[in-house]
Design a protein around this ligand. Structure first.
Ligand SMILES: CCCCCCCCCC/C=C\CCC/C=C/C(=O)SCCNC(=O)CCNC(=O)[C@H](O)C(C)(C)COP(=O)(O)OP(=O)(O)OC[C@H]1O[C@@H](n2cnc3c(N)ncnc32)[C@H](O)[C@@H]1OP(=O)(O)O
Ligand SMILES: Cc1cc2nc3c(=O)[nH]c(=O)nc-3n(C[C@H](O)[C@H](O)[C@H](O)COP(=O)(O)OP(=O)(O)OC[C@H]3O[C@@H](n4cnc5c(N)ncnc54)[C@H](O)[C@@H]3O)c2cc1C
Length: 624
C-alpha cells in the first residue's frame, strides 16, 4: 500500500531517507514550536532553513531530495516562496538571457526571492493591481511606484524581513499608455547589510491565525517611492519594451503571465492530500487506541473507531486522502504535458489546465481544511491540544483555501470554462479532455437512472456515469437559466452560487474518474487493489449520500490502521502525541504537558502580584 500511496518504490525509498534525515537532526525539532514567541519562531525558521541548505550541499542532495527535506521540516518560511514561486516565475516569464542571469544566483542562494503580486487593495483581481512601472526612455529605466496606500504590496511570503529580491507585478506604462500587469525583477535589500534599498519601505504584516503555523513566515508589506530599475529587469518572455519605449507583445497568450499561479495550484493538490492524510492518520490511530463506554460486566471498553458514527465521519476523509493523492499525480502529469506543449507554441490545452488546476486546488483545499477541523473533533478534548498536532495542521493548511487564488473565485473560473463548453456542444463541437463527457449530452440528460440494484453502486462504470450525469445536468441547467437573463454577464452573476456548485460537481467527477482509472493500473501488494476499490466507493458514494456506505465502512474498518500506516510518516513529521506509531498516547500526552513554559515553576508568575492579594483579601472578608 505504501507504493500505491507514494507512486513508486523509488518514491518510498527517497521519502523514507529524507524523513529520517530530518527526524534524526536535533536542529529540526518542532515539539516546542507552538511555545515560541513570534520573533523566536521566525529566528528558528531562519536557523532551520540555513541548516537545511548546509545539509543539502554537504550531502549533494538532488532537487527531489531537497524538496522533500523542505517538506519534512514542515515549517513555512521564505524558502518556500523562493523555490515555489520566485524561481518558477523567472523560468516561466523570463527570457533565456534573464533566466541565465537570475536563476544562476537563485539556485546558489546568492539572492533570496519572493513573488510580490497581491496588494492591500487587490488580491483576487490581478487586473486591478495599482503598483506602476513607468518606462523612462531618458534613462532606459522603469520607475516602480506605489501610487496609493492600497497599492502597497501586502502578503508576499518572505517579503517582510528576508527576501533580497522579488518578482513584482505592476501596471506597465510606456509612452503614456497603460499596458496592464507585467512582472519585474526588483532588488529590495542590500546584499551587504540587508538594509532596504532607497525608496523602499518594507516590513512584516503582523501575526496570523494560530500559534506557530504560518507565523514562521514573514509575510510582508512594501511601499515603493519612485524606485528605478533597469529596463532589462522587466520579465520579457511574454512582452517587451524596446529601448525607445515601444511596447511589443509576443505571440503567446497573455494568460501565461498567470503561469506561476497555475504551477503552484497543481502542487497544492498534492500538499492537500498530504495534509489530509496526516490528520486522518492521527485520527484513525487515536481512534484505535481510545476506548470509551461499551464495557459489559467489567470487560474492556469499546474502541471509538468501532462506533458507526466515528466511521461515517472519518472514513470519507481516509478515502479522500487517497483520492486527492491520485488526482494530484494525474494533475502533475497534465501540467507537465501542457508545459511541454507550450514549448512548441501549442496553447490548445491551456484552458483545460487552468480549469483543472483552479478547480482541483479549490475543491481539495476546502475539503482538507474542513476535514482537519473535523479530525480535531474526532479526537475529543485531546484533539484540541497542540501536542495532538491537529491545531497546527489546521492553521497551516486553512490559508490554502485563500492563497494561490480564493477558492470561490477559482470555481467561478471553472464555471466560465464549463459554460463555454456547453455552448460549444450546443453548436456541435465535440468536447475533449475532462469535458468529453459533455459530448454524451443526449444519453446523460435522459432521466433513466444507470444504477438500479444495490450492487450497481459498486460498479465503477455506473458510478462514473452517475457523476457525469450529475455534473452535466447542473451545468446545462445553469446555461439554460443564464440564457433567460438580460445579458450573459448578468445571468452569470445572478447564477454564480449555482455555477459554483456545478463547478464542484465537475471537479468531483474528475477526482472520481482518476481514482477509477488508478484502479485499472497494475497495483502491487496482496489485497491492496481491493482496499482501494472500497475507498473509491466510499469517496464517490459519500458525495452523493448513498446508503451503501455503512457496509463499506465495516469492510474498511479492519484495515483502517494499515491504510494510514501506508502513508509512512515518521512520528517527527506527524508531530502528534495522539498519532504515534507505537500508540503510547497517554504517556506521550503527559510528557508533552510538562514541556510547556507555564510548568517551569510550580507557583506561577503573577501569583504574588495578582493571585495572593485576591485570595488573602477574600479570606479576610470571609472572616468578618
Ligand atoms: C494544503 C496546502 C498545504 C501547504 C502546506 C504549507 C506549505 C508552505 C509553503 C507554501 C508555499 C507557497 C504557498 C503559496 C503562497 C501564496 C502565494 C500567492 O497567493 S500568489 C498570489 C495568488 N493570487 C491569485 O491566485 C489571484 C487569483 N486571480 C486570478 O488568477 C485572476 O485575477 C483571475 C483568473 C481570477 C481573473 O483574471 P483576469 O481578470 O485576467 O481574466 P478573466 O477572468 O477576465 O479571464 C480572461 C481569460 O483568461 C483565462 N484565464 C484566466 N486565468 C488563467 C490562467 N491562470 N491560465 C490560463 N487562462 C487563464 C480565462 O479562462 C479567460 O479565458 P476565456 O477564454 O476568455 O474565457
Ligand atoms: C498565508 C497567505 C500567504 C500568501 N502569500 C502570498 C504571496 O506570497 N504572494 C502574493 O502575491 N500573495 C500572497 N497571498 C495573498 C493571496 O494570494 C490573496 O489573499 C488571495 O489571492 C485572495 O485574494 P484577496 O485577499 O484579495 O481576497 P478577496 O478577493 O478580497 O476575497 C474576499 C471575499 O470576496 C469574494 N470574492 C472576490 N471576488 C469575487 C467575485 N468576482 N465573485 C464572487 N466572490 C468574490 C471571495 O470569494 C472572498 O469570499 C497570501 C495569502 C495568504 C493568506
Amino acid at each position: 500500500m505504501k507504493v500505491a500511496w507514494a507512486g513508486s518504490r523509488h518514491a518510498v525509498e527517497v521519502a523514507d531517507r529524507m524523513a529520517c534525515l530530518v527526524a534524526s537532526d536535533p536542529v529540526f525539532r518542532k515539539d516546542t514550536r507552538t511555545m515560541l514567541s513570534r520573533k523566536e519562531l521566525f529566528k528558528d525558521t531562519l536557523k532551520k532553513a540555513a541548516h537545511a541548505w548546509k545539509r543539502t550541499v554537504e550531502l549533494h542532495l538532488t532537487e527531489e531530495e531537497a524538496n522533500l527535506l523542505r517538506l519534512y521540516i514542515d515549517q513555512p518560511g521564505y524558502v518556500d516562496l523562493h523555490w515555489v514561486m520566485f524561481v518558477p516565475a523567472i523560468k516561466g516569464q523570463g527570457t533565456e538571457e534573464q533566466q541565465k542571469k537570475w536563476l544562476t544566483m537563485a539556485y546558489k542562494f546568492q539572492i533570496i526571492g519572493t513573488y510580490a503580486q497581491t496588494e492591500l487593495g487587490h488580491g483576487s483581481n490581478v487586473q486591478g493591481l495599482e503598483t506602476t512601472a513607468t518606462f523612462d526612455p531618458s534613462t532606459d529605466e522603469f520607475i516602480m511606484h506605489s501610487p496609493t496606500l492600497t497599492s502597497s504590496k501586502w502578503w508576499p511570503g518572505g517579503l517582510g524581513k528576508t527576501s533580497t529580491h522579488a518578482v513584482v507585478y505592476a501596471r506597465l506604462i510606456t509612452e503614456g499608455k497603460d499596458y496592464g500587469i507585467h512582472g519585474f525583477i526588483m532588488q529590495l535589500r542590500s546584499l551587504d547589510d540587508h538594509s532596504p534599498l532607497p525608496g523602499i519601505t518594507i516590513g512584516d504584516i503582523g501575526g496570523k491565525f494560530g500559534s506557530g503555523a504560518y507565523n514562521s513566515m514573514d509575510n510582508g508589506v512594501m511601499r515603493l517611492d519612485h524606485v528605478r530599475i533597469p529596463r532589462d529587469q522587466m520579465l520579457m518572455r511574454l512582452a517587451q519594451v524596446t529601448r525607445e519605449g515601444k511596447y511589443v507583445h509576443s505571440d503567446v497568450p497573455k494568460q501565461l503571465l498567470y503561469g506561476t499561479m497555475v504551477y503552484v495550484r497543481q502542487t497544492i493538490v498534492a500538499d492537500a492530500s498530504r495534509a489530509l492524510s496526516r490528520a486522518v492518520c492521527i485520527a484513525v490511530r487515536y481512534g484505535a487506541i481510545r476506548k470509551q463506554f461499551g464495557s459489559k460486566a467489567g470487560g474492556p471498553e469499546t474502541q471509538v473507531l468501532n462506533y458507526k458514527t466515528q466511521q461515517s465521519r472519518l472514513f470519507p476523509f481516509l478515502a479522500s486522502a487517497y483520492a486527492f493523492r491520485f488526482v494530484g499525480q494525474w494533475l502533475k502529469w497534465l501540467y507537465t504535458d501542457v508545459t511541454q506543449k507550450l514549448e512548441s507554441k501549442d496553447f490548445s490545452t491551456l484552458p483545460e489546465a487552468h480549469a483543472c488546476t483552479a478547480g482541483l486546488k479549490s475543491v481539495t483545499t476546502s475539503a482538507t481544511a474542513d476535514a482537519i477541523e473535523e479530525c480535531q473533533k474526532l479526537c475529543g478534548g485531546h484533539g484540541y491540544l497542540n501536542s495532538s498536532g491537529l491545531p497546527e495542521l489546521f492553521a497551516v493548511n486553512l490559508p490554502a483555501c485563500t492563497y494561490e487564488g480564493d477558492n470561490v473565485v477559482l470555481l467561478l473560473q471553472v464555471a466560465r470554462f464549463l459554460m463555454k463548453t456547453v455552448s460549444q456542444v450546443a453548436s456541435g463541437k465535440q468536447p475533449v479532455g475532462t469535458t468529453a463527457y459533455m459530448g454524451n449530452i443526449q444519453h446523460l440528460m435522459q432521466c433513466k437512472s444507470v444504477v438500479n440494484t444495490v450492487e450497481d453502486w459498486l460498479n465503477p462504470a455506473a458510478i462514473k456515469e452517475v457523476f457525469e450525469a450529475r455534473a452535466l445536468r447542473m451545468a446545462v441547467n445553469c446555461a439554460q437559466n443564464i440564457s433567460k437573463a438580460p445579458s450573459q454577464e448578468e445571468g452569470f452573476s445572478e447564477l454564480s452560487p449555482d455555477l459554483v456548485e456545478a463547478a464542484v460537481a465537475h471537479v468531483q467527477l474528475i477526482i472520481v474518474t482518476k481514482f477509477i482509472e488508478k484502479l485499472q493500473e497494475d497495483i502491487l501488494g496482496h489485497g491492496v487493489k481491493e482496499q482501494l476499490q472500497k475507498l473509491c466507493g466510499i469517496y464517490a458514494l459519500h458525495l452523493i449520500h448513498n446508503e451503501r456506505l455503512g457496509k463499506l465502512y465495516a469492510q474498511v474498518r479492519p484495515n483502517a490502521v494499515a491504510l494510514v500506516d501506508a502513508f509512512d510518516y515518521t512520528d517527527h513529521y506527524l508531530g502528534s502525541a495522539l498519532g504515534r506509531y507505537d500508540g503510547d498516547v497517554y504517556s506521550a500526552l503527559y510528557k508533552e504537558a510538562w514541556k510547556d513554559p507555564l510548568n517551569e515553576t510550580v507557583v506561577p508568575d503573577g501569583y504574588q502580584e495578582h493571585l495572593r492579594p485576591l485570595l488573602k483579601q477574600q479570606l479576610k472578608l470571609s472572616r468578618l
